[in-house]
Design a protein around this ligand. Sequence first.
Ligand code: PMV
Length: 318
Amino acid sequence: MRSATATAHPNIALIKYWGKRDAALNLPAVPSLSITLDGFRTETTVRWGAPADLVQIDGRRVEGKEAARVLAFLDRIDPARPPVEVLSQNNFPAAAGLASSASAFAALALAATAAAGLQPDRQALSVLARQGSGSAARSLWGGWVVWDRGERPDGLDSHAWPLAPADHWDLRLVVAVVSGSRKPVGSTEGMIRTQQTSPLFPAFVAAAPERLRLAIQAVQDRDLAALGEQMERSTYEMHATMISAWPPVRYWQEGTVACLRTVEELRAQGVGAWSTMDAGPNVKVLCEAAQAEGVAERLREHAARVEVLRIGGEPRVE
Ligand code: PMV
C-alpha cells in the first residue's frame, strides 16, 4: 500500500465557466479566469491498495452518487486500480458559501496520482482534475489562473495555467453568505438545462473571449475598475442565461439583491467594489485590501455570515 496527502484551495471565477462543449469530459463552452483563495483548503489522503474502496469526507463515510463520483475519478487514473481509501477534510464549512468541489478534485488529483506512484506535470494534473469538476482545473495553481476552452475533442488542450502569482495584486474577496443551504439545482444540471433551453446562451458564449481578453489586460495593468466591470458583466450575462432557461435556473434570493444593491451604493460613494455570483444565492465582492473591512461591515446588514478572504492558495503534496 502507498499513501500520499495533498492540500488544495477553492477558487472563484471572475470570468465565468458556464456550459459544456463535452459533458463527459467536462470540456467548457467558454474560457474562464479565477483567483485561488488562501485560508480555506481541502486536505486529502489517498491510500492506494487498501482492503476495500472507502470515501470519507469531513469524518463521515459517503456512499451513493457522491462516492461513485470519487471512485469513477480514480478509475480514470488507473482502470485496473486496487481498492483505494480516500480521506478528505475541509477546513471550511459547506455553509461558508463556497463550492468545495474545486479544491476537492484538485487535492484528489494530486494525492491519488502521487499514491499511485505517477508523476504527471501540473498541466496534466489540471486536465485530470477538470474531469472531476470543471472548476477544479483552476485550483492547481495559486493566485490568478486562466482555464482555456481548448478545441481538441480529447480535451488535452483544455487545462488551466497561471496568469500571475498571488502577490501580483493584493486584493480581497468578501464573501456574503445569504444562504448556506444546499443549492436546488447543481452546476452540471444547471449548465445542461441552460445550454439546451436558453435562447441567450449563444450570446454568453460569443461574449466570453472578449471579456477574458479585457480582464487579463486589467489584471496585468492592476486596473480594478476595468476588471470589476468585466467580472460583473460576465456574472450578469451568465445569470441571464440561467434565468432564461426553462424551467428557469434561478439562484437569487431577496438577500442577494440587497447585497448587489449595497455594492452599487458603495461604488456611488467612491468605494471600488464589484460583485460576482456563482451557482447559488451568495454574493462575492472584489475590492482593495484597505477597504475590505468596510465593505464586509455593510454586507453584514443583509447576510448571515461574511468572510474576508485573501488571494493565495498554492496547492502542495506533503
Ligand atoms: O466546476 P463546477 O461544475 O462546480 O462549475 C462551476 C460553475 C461556476 O461556479 C458557476 C462558474 C465558475 O467558473 O466557477
